[in-house]
Design a protein. Sequence first.
Length: 428
Amino acid sequence: MRTVEEGALRACPECGGPLPEHGRFTAWCAGCDWNVDPEGGREEPAGRGERIRRRLAERHGERLLADLTADGVPVRLDAFGVLSFTLALAVHAVTVVLLVCGALLLAGASGFWSVVGGLLALGAAWTLRPRLGRLPRDGIVLRRADAPELYALVDEVGRAVGTRGVDAIVVDAEFNASVSTLGVRRRMLTLGVPLWEVLTPRERVALLGHELGHFVNGDTRHGLVVGSALRSLTVWHDYFQPYPRPGDIFEVVTNLLLLPFRYATGALLTLLDLVALRASQRCEYLADAAAARAGSTGAAVALMDRFLVADPVEIALRREVNARRMNGRGRRGAEAAGAGLWEALAEYAADVPESEYERRRRVGALRGHSVDSTHPPTHLRRQCLLRTAREAGTVVTDGAGEGRIAAELAEARARVARELVRDGLDGT
C-alpha cells in the first residue's frame, strides 16, 4: 500500500493532478483514480456459502434500489417476506407434530417401542423448539433506572419512526449496533461503545432510527417466527453432522443414515436463509429511510460512511489497547490504562480526512462493500438515500441531554475499556 508522508508527494504520476497529503492514509488521485484501491480485487469472504450470499446481496440490492427509487416505499411485507414467514411456520409445524405424536405415543403406550418412539419424538420436538432470545450472561445491561435519559431518547426515536422503544439496552465492545427480540414481545438494543463514541449526536440518532426501523418494516429475520426457525434448523443441521473420519462399520452406517436428513435440513435451511435474505435486503433500505426520518438524510449518509472506515478505526483501537496493555500491570494497572481510550479513538476518527472517505466510497463501489451479507452494498444504500426526498430529521438533541446520556454511559464505557485492556481484543 502506497502512503504519503507529509509533503512527500504532490502530483499524481498518471495525470499530474493533486494528491491529498495525509501521512496515515493512502495516497490516491481523485481525478483518475490512480491508487484508489492499492490492494485490488473484490472483497471475498471466507466460505463458499458466504460468497454466494454476498453476490446475491449485491444482485438483490441493485434490483431493490431500482424498485424503491421508482415506486417509493412499498407495502410493509413483500412476497419474499410472506414466503419466509410461511416456510418458518412450516418448520414450527414440524415441531408441533413431533410434540403431539410423542405425547400420543406415550399416552397410549402398549409396549417398549411405543415408549421409545414417544420419547424420541418428544426429544426431537425439544431440540427443534423455537429458541427465544435472551439477555447475554456476560454483557453490560442498562435498565431504565440506570439510563433514563438514554431510554427517553430511544423512545423519542421510536415514536419518530413509528414504533415503541426497547426493554433492555446492552453495551459491548463491538463496532456495531443491533436489535433483537427477548422472549415473545420484549426488545433488546445492543450498542457497541467503539461505534457510539465516534458518532456525532445526529449520527447517533440516525443509528437508533435505523435499528428501531427494523421493528417497523416487517423485517422477518429480526422477528420471532423466522429468526427462531433459522436457529432451529441450524441446530438440526449441526446434529446431523457426519463423523469426519469414520473408524468402524457403525460410524460408516451412521453417516449413511444421517446423510438424507442432513441434506434435507441443509436444503431447507438454505432456502429459508436465501428467501429471508431477499426480504432482509429490502428491510435494510427501509431501515435507512427510518434513520433519515429520525436523524436527517445527511446524518444517515454520514453513518454509512463511518462503517466504510470501520477497519482503520478498529486497527486504531487495537493499537491503543495494545499500548495500554503494555503500560498496565494487574487490575489497577488495567483500570488506569483504560482511561482516555475512547477519547483517543474519537480523536483518531475525527482526523480521518474527507479524501479518505471518498476513496473508500469508490473502493466500496468497486468491491461491492457491505456491512455483511444480510445488507445491500453500502454504495447502493447511499444512492437510495440521496435519490429520495431529503429529510431534515425530527429528533434533535441538545448539549444538556447529550451530557446526561454520557454520564449514564460513563460506568459502562469505563468497564468496557478496562476489560479490553485487561483481556485484549481478538487476535491481539
